[in-house]
Design a protein around this ligand. Structure first.
Ligand SMILES: [Zn+2]
Length: 161
């Protein structure tokens, strides 16, 4: 049996004592003890429910983000081999009109080709470069024809099919 303090005189008494052997008060452990036990039981239940709910939602979140990542990865990774990308660059660079060429993004096959700006729109030329890319198996990329002497001036753009 456990020892507790009497609510009246503060002396150590047994928690099962019906009266205090020191001061004679009835229920020396106090009337609150049952209520307190009930309260802690309720708190235990509340915390249990919160933990279960949290674990459940956490599980769901993990599953959702898992499928989300897989879905995106499948859509946004048209990958090309280094050999294909290099072959495209060397052929584009050998075009008489092209002054310089580089990949803006190799994963999405986004090509930058600079030419002399003669004031005309080069969308048609960008589409032609798409065909050069397709010859090397690089499809679904983007070609941007830029002005060679004016930084970031775009003369034409094509989305390769
Ligand atoms: Zn007492």
């Amino acid at each position: 049996m456990a020892m507790i303090k009497c609510k009246e005189c503060g002396q150590d008494i047994s928690n099962s004592a019906k009266t205090c052997p020191h001061c004679g008060v009835t229920r020396p452990a106090g009337q609150k003890s049952l209520l307190q036990k009930l309260a802690s039981l309720v708190w235990g239940l509340v915390i249990f429910v919160i933990v279960i709910t949290w674990l459940g939602s956490n599980d769901e979140e993990t599953t959702n983000s898992g499928t989300g990542t897989a879905g995106t990865a499948a859509v946004t990774t048209p990958t090309y081999t280094k050999a294909q990308l290099d072959a495209v660059l060397s052929e584009v660079r050998s075009e008489p009109k092209v002054i310089a060429a580089s990949w803006n993004n190799e994963t999405t096959a986004s090509l930058l080709a600079s030419v002399v700006d003669d004031g005309t729109n080069r969308k048609g030329y960008a589409e032609y470069l798409c065909l050069v890319m397709a010859e090397h198996g690089v499809k679904g990329g983007i070609v941007r024809v830029m002005a060679s002497h004016e930084k970031w001036k775009e003369l034409g753009k094509a989305w390769c099919s």
